[in-house]
Design a protein around this ligand. Sequence first.
Ligand SMILES: [Zn+2]
Length: 282
Amino acid sequence: MIIGLGEALAYGQQHGIAIAAVNTPFFEALVATIRAAEATGVPVILQHAQVHEGEMAIEDIGPAMVALARRSDSPFVLHVDHGEDLDYIERGFAVGFNSAMIDGSRRPYEENVAVTANVVARARELGFGVEGELGVMTGNENGDPSQGVADANLYTDPEQARDFVARTGVTALAASFGTVHGVYHREPHINYPLIDELRAASGVPLVMHGGSGLSADEYRQSIAHGVRKINYYTYAAKAALDAARAEAAKPEVILFGKVAAAATAGAQRDVTAFIRTLAGQA
Ligand SMILES: [Zn+2]
C-alpha cells in the first residue's frame, strides 16, 4: 500500500525509529527492498534520484516501483530523491510518486527558499509531502568521486534551518551534520549536539543522507537525537554486486537469470539488516 511522507515520518516519531529510504534504480534492488520491508513490517520509502537518470529513467522503473508498492500489504512512500527542479519532480508525480525531495542546497540561500517553497505549493495541491535540503553534503548517490570527508564549514546552521522551514513549509529537512554520500574515506564524525539543535530549531523531522557505512551505534544515536529518515543506496548496491560476482563465477551458471536472482538475494539481506537496525529490531 502507499502512504504519505508525513504519515511515514509520524510512524517513525511515534515508535522512536527512523524510516529507511532506499534508492532502487535497478529491478533487483526494488524487489529486494519490497521483500525486506515485508519481512520487517515497518514503512519504507522507495526512492529514485535524478542523478540515476543516466542508468534508469524514472518513467521506466517508477511504474514498477508504484505497482509493487500498491500490491504489497506493507506501507511504502514513493519519493523523488534529490530533485533539482519542479520539472523533474513532476515527472515522478506523473508516474505515481507521492512525495519528493527538492534539493536547492547548492543554490544561494534565497534561491533555495524560493525553489523549495514553489515545490511545496505544488505538492500541497496534491496532498504530498516535501523534503528540503539545507547545508551541503559532499558526493552524490551515484558513487561519483567524493572527498569522502564531511566539511564542517558546510554544516547546516540551526537559525537558518528555522528560517528555511518557516518560509518553505517543508515536511522534513535534510541537513548536513557530518555524513557524506558514497563511501567514507575517513572515520565519519557525526555532530550529535548539532542534530539536537537542528531538530529543535526546525521543528520538523530530520533526514540523514549518506547512510551507507555507518555503524549500528551511529544509526541508533542519530535516531535518538531526532533523525527520522535515513537514505541508503551504496551498500545495498555493493551487496548486489558482490552476490552477482560470486554467482557468475560458478562454472555451472550459464544464464543471467541466476546472477540476477543472486543479486536480489544479496541486496535483500543487506537492506533487511539496515531496516532492522533503524527499527530497533537488531
Ligand atoms: Zn542524498
